[in-house]
Design a binder for this molecule. Structure first.
Ligand SMILES: NC(=O)C1=CN([C@@H]2O[C@H](COP(=O)(O)OP(=O)(O)OC[C@H]3O[C@@H](n4cnc5c(N)ncnc54)[C@H](OP(=O)(O)O)[C@@H]3O)[C@@H](O)[C@H]2O)C=CC1
Ligand SMILES: O=C1O[C@H](COP(=O)(O)O)[C@@H](O)[C@H](O)[C@H]1O
Length: 495
């Protein structure tokens, strides 16, 4: 797939500035990703790195914090030393102009006063986004090259706060300078959706209400808040996962074919399909909150409300299922069911495209629906459930699958982490896998009313036990929305 801005001038110097360099995201995701890109010679030369945070840290201390996540192999040691030699660190406040002036001087020295391009990564809580972006704009932009800003969710907590943030950013930067990360857009199988849909005649021509009964997009995690309940409680699972990751997947599954693979042609189609979705209502939802499992081990014994950082009467959902409708010619009447939860029975993200029953059945009701399953993680796979005659002297039929398990088919392929792809895209100037402000606006339009209703009327989520599949009411709602679960499918392959 050829897209605009998929390469960079490898000889222009670049500087990557990490705000919040002392934090969790920086040590667990950003520094490791930069190291892997550096290790694989994927970054322009030279690229320098500069951390910025309030804590006073030496490079040695920063390195020690990051080390457990860097996955350095013994033979990579020399390269690893080289990586850390390209680093600087500045301590300062997020609201202090003079500290940003000092940061800028440090960047100039690091760049040897060259025409370096600059990338600013905001690994920061949203409360300081505004001050930091103003200071970047006024003091730290590259004077001779380009500057780009990467921001992490949450992009607001509802339509009003998100618009405020969008307006603020638009007053400082052009949209082409802004890279809003939704890391699900960097995952292999999510990126594959465009190819699966638009490069396969057989799928493309059945991708509509005449053939598809329902679509189920699931995200499950087997752990709870792990002591981060304080943060989670402000947002809940709908804002944490459904409004962004699952809705992004839905857009890619449901959008019309873009006129080209150019980032804005794709994002135009995503916005268009979102505009056809009415706001979600409480009737379309099942909400849950986990309780401890007295027979479980460790964290599983604790319920959400047992987390000391969560208030005792919190009604924040840790599980949510919502049924969305797309009122356009392709999808009218096809439920798109988004389901996500923490403290469930497994880690899994999967998209199920369930086809309609075969009309004019001659098999006495024994055939089951076709289902195309796109397993995002873990173990990327694409499989198509279908009916076949049982082999041998029989006319019985059985459920089987066409199976594309990546681990078997692409044995020697390296599937980079989502952040590796996305950060590289920023160097390349490709916004294809980043969220545009109008997409965000539509996403909040769909979710804000129901979020406010849950919060204002103190809707009680249904308790479910840590380590289970969540409230059974969700399965009930799924079957009412034309998704058939047979419980009879058996896969015989190796996992
Ligand atoms: N390439 C590969 O690696 C392949 C692997 N497989 C494996 O085979 C196994 C079965 O495949 P799968 O497609 O999941 O088959 P099924 O159609 O049997 O689906 C099973 C899933 O349905 C969900 N479920 C359970 N009860 C209900 C219910 N009452 N109503 C609605 N949904 C329900 C569960 O998922 P949930 O809890 O998420 O709702 C469960 O995992 C899986 O483990 C799969 O990974 C299959 C083919 C290829
Ligand atoms: O954005 C988030 O995603 C993670 C799950 O990401 P994954 O790549 O491990 O699937 C989730 O744990 C977190 O709560 C959420 O904020």
């Amino acid at each position: 797939m050829k897209c605009e801005g998929t390469h960079f001038d490898s000889h222009v110097p670049h500087t990557f500035v990490i705000f919040g360099a002392s934090g969790d995201l920086a040590k667990k995701k950003i520094y490791p990703t930069l190291w892997w890109l550096f290790r694989d010679n994927l970054l322009p030369k030279p690229t320098n790195f500069c951390g910025y945070a309030r804590s006073k840290l030496s490079i040695e201390e920063l390195r020690t914090k990051c080390h457990p996540y860097m996955k350095v192999q013994p033979h990579e040691q020399a390269k690893y030393e080289e990586f850390w030699q390209c680093h600087a660190y500045a301590a300062g406040g997020y609201d202090k102009r003079s500290d940003f002036v000092a940061l800028n001087e440090q960047l100039e020295r690091l760049e040897n006063h060259s025409n370096s391009n600059r990338i600013f990564y905001l690994a920061l809580p949203p409360s300081v986004f505004e001050q930091v972006t103003v200071n970047i704009k006024e003091i730290c932009l590259s004077q001779r090259g380009w500057s780009r800003v990467i921001i992490e969710k949450p992009f607001g907590r509802d339509d009003v706060t998100s618009k405020k943030l969008s307006d603020h950013l638009a007053s400082l930067f052009h949209e082409e300078q802004l890279y809003r990360i939704d890391h699900y857009l960097g995952k292999e199988m999510v990126q594959n959706l465009m190819t699966i849909r638009f490069a396969n005649k057989i799928l493309n021509s059945t991708w509509n209400r005449e053939n598809i009964a329902s679509v189920l997009i699931t995200f499950k995690e087997p752990f709870g808040t792990q002591g981060r309940g304080g943060y989670f409680d402000e947002f809940g699972i709908i804002r944490d996962v459904m409004q962004n990751h699952l809705l992004q997947i839905l857009s890619l599954v449901a959008m019309e074919k873009p006129t080209s693979c150019q980032p804005d042609d794709i994002r135009d189609e995503k916005v268009k399909v979102l505009k056809s979705i009415p706001a979600l209502t409480l009737d379309d939802m099942v909400l849950g909150q986990y309780v401890g499992n007295p027979e479980g081990e460790g964290e599983a014994r604790e319920g959400y409300l047992d987390d000391p950082t969560v208030s005792n009467d919190s009604n924040t959902p840790t599980f949510a299922q919502g049924v969305l409708r797309i009122n356009n010619e392709r999808w009218e009447g096809v439920p798109f069911i988004l389901r996500c939860g923490k403290a469930l029975n497994e880690r899994k993200a999967v998209v199920r495209i369930q086809y309609r029953d075969v009309p004019g059945d001659i098999f006495e009701g024994n055939s089951k629906r076709n289902e195309l399953v796109i397993r995002v993680q873990p173990g990327e796979a694409l499989y198509f459930k279908m009916m076949t005659k049982s082999p041998g002297i029989t006319f019985d039929m059985e459920e089987t699958e066409l199976d594309l398990t990546y681990e078997h088919r692409y044995k020697d392929s390296y599937l980079p982490d989502a952040y590796e792809r996305l950060i590289l895209d920023v160097f390349c100037g490709s916004q294809m896998h980043f969220v545009r402000s109008d997409e965000l606006h539509e996403a909040w339009r769909i979710f804000t009313p129901v979020l406010h209703e849950i919060e204002n009327t103190k809707v009680k989520p249904i308790p479910y036990v840590f380590g289970t599949r969540g409230p059974k009411e969700a399965d009930q709602k799924t079957s009412e929305n034309n998704f058939k679960y047979y419980g009879s499918y058996k896969w015989h392959g190796k996992k």
